[in-house]
Design a protein. Structure first.
Length: 154
């Protein structure tokens, strides 16, 4: 899985991952750019203020993404005792079937940080990326911190 950064005033990152639903699986590209994230699934562009809030473009019905699983990895270095270590954050987002209003019946997010030969898990959260990262941070050795901020859209 890859990550790219641009030198523009807004930070932009691109991660590859997988989309799965009852119809099968396909590789996807997730773009995080300033205040939003986006991806294209089966020819339809989805955008939103966060991973759990992806919606189809208005010309494609404007409905939220539901009934699927998204998986992607992103680099997340960790600094322990002043020494940076490369880390990879594996993300798994499960969106339940659509309710009558079109929103997913449930949003389950699980993050796993792989760093220094260990895996730190967030457990399943209700789609709150910051809360899930906080759970991981509390498991790291005292004084450890993430070496960078994630995109504000996460």
């Amino acid at each position: 899985m890859s990550s790219e950064s641009s030198e523009s005033s807004e930070s932009k990152e691109v991660w590859t991952g997988w989309y799965r639903d009852r119809r099968g699986a396909e590789a996807i590209v997730i773009t995080a750019d300033g205040p939003g994230v986006s991806t294209r699934i089966r020819g339809v562009r989805y955008t939103g203020g966060g991973f759990a809030a992806l919606r189809a473009a208005e010309e494609n019905g404007g409905l939220p993404l539901t009934g699927c699983v998204l998986e992607w990895d992103l680099p997340l270095p960790v600094v322990t005792d002043g020494t940076p270590q490369q880390g990879t954050l594996s993300c798994l987002l499960a969106l339940g079937e659509a309710l009558s209003d079109g929103s997913p019946e449930r949003v389950d997010l699980q993050l796993t940080l792989h760093c220094g030969g260990a895996a730190y898990e967030s457990g399943v959260t209700g789609g709150d990326f910051d809360q899930a990262l906080d759970r991981i941070l509390r498991q790291l050795p005292p004084g450890a911190r993430f070496a960078r901020n994630l995109i504000e859209a996460a």
